[in-house]
Ligand binder design. Structure first.
Ligand code: SAM
Length: 312
């Protein structure tokens, strides 16, 4: 009974949210993978809700382990690709958001609640999306970034590693990387400086107000357990009119991604990230772009972006 009540409440939230964007929802259904739950129960310390998915085409169709396995840690495909329904580019158009942030604390729990410093202790000199997806992201950056070596331009790459996927040879006088592993950050050629900081422990960005023209975050927004705090900090540290670009695919370190991410699909992820911008406040209405290079044949790639209002 408790479970049913909980499911009903959770379904209700999502049905409300999806109704607001006009997605047709014939059913709100739950889907869980026993093998996945069994696998993950070995590391699960926190209570978890049942996996839930919503949307016309958003469901768990498969859980395929990625070939990547470093230091005994695997990255998993966490969601199905969008195959029908509104295009990603339209999902965030004219959303009437609920008055209050619709997520609960439990939506930000993870299977592995141990310190992120343990998980990221060993460097991983790997890429987390395939080459065509990386190329699509780099091409997108080359369209929206200011020209290389523009005086006064500063960039923060949040959740950074040894690669930022910026255009080849791209330089600005200040490019800061913030991430968990110093060895990785040290090797990142575009960074002029770096900070090792656990944003889940301390979401306060160690930068002055109005510092950055651009903030990027590549395939990592799903690891933030205090996303609203982080997005408020992004707003504070962006210059007025500054651009925040959150990019993601359908892969993740499953045990470290938040519950609301691992239990939903690509279209939902666009809504979730859009909601972070909206409820953080002080941003223009967020927009989404699907830059997937070869739909169905290589990793999908989605961008949710927004600019800090020039009046804040
Ligand atoms: C999947 S990797 C992506 C790395 C890089 N952005 C890329 O595109 O290859 C996840 C990254 O998020 C960072 N990260 C994860 N949890 C974090 C946290 N709690 N605070 C800060 N950074 C975090 C890690 O340092 C890691 O580099």
């Amino acid at each position: 009974m408790i479970l049913l009540t909980h499911l009903y409440q959770t379904c209700n939230i999502f049905m409300n949210m999806t109704n607001f964007v006009g997605l047709r929802l014939p059913l709100c259904y739950c889907s869980c993978s026993c093998s996945l739950l069994n696998n993950c129960s070995r590391v699960n310390k926190a209570p978890r809700r049942i996996l839930l998915s919503f949307g016309a085409s958003s469901f768990f169709s498969h859980f395929v382990p990625m070939s990547l396995s470093i230091s005994g840690v695997k990255s998993f495909i966490a969601s199905a690709r969008i195959t029908a329904g509104p295009s990603v580019d339209q999902i965030l158009n004219n959303v009437q958001w609920p008055q209050h942030f619709p997520f609960k604390d439990q939506d930000f729990q993870r299977y592995d609640e141990s310190s992120d410093s343990v998980f990221y202790e060993a460097p991983r000199f790997v890429t987390h999306i395939d080459d065509p997806a990386i190329a699509a992201l780099t091409k997108y950056y080359s369209k929206v970034f200011p020209p290389t070596n523009t005086p006064g331009v500063t960039i923060l790459d949040m959740c950074s590693s040894w690669v930022s996927h910026f255009p080849s040879g791209y330089k600005q006088e200040r490019v800061v990387g913030l991430g968990m592993n110093e060895e990785e950050l040290k090797r990142n050629p575009v960074l002029t400086e770096y900070v090792v900081q656990d944003l889940n422990e301390n979401p306060t960005l160690p930068f002055e107000d109005n510092s950055f023209n651009i903030i990027t975050n590549v395939v990592s927004v799903d690891y933030l357990t205090k996303p609203l705090d982080v997005f408020k900090e992004m707003r504070r540290t962006l210059k007025p009119g500054g651009l925040a670009i959150m990019s993601f695919s359908n892969r993740c370190f499953f045990t470290k991604a938040i519950s609301i991410w691992t239990s939903t699909g690509d279209a939902d992820h666009v809504m979730i990230v859009g909601s972070y911008f909206h409820y953080a406040g002080g941003f223009e209405p967020p927009q989404a772009v699907d830059i997937s290079p070869n739909p169905g044949r290589s990793d999908p790639m989605y961008i949710v972006y927004s600019r800090k209002l020039s009046t804040t």
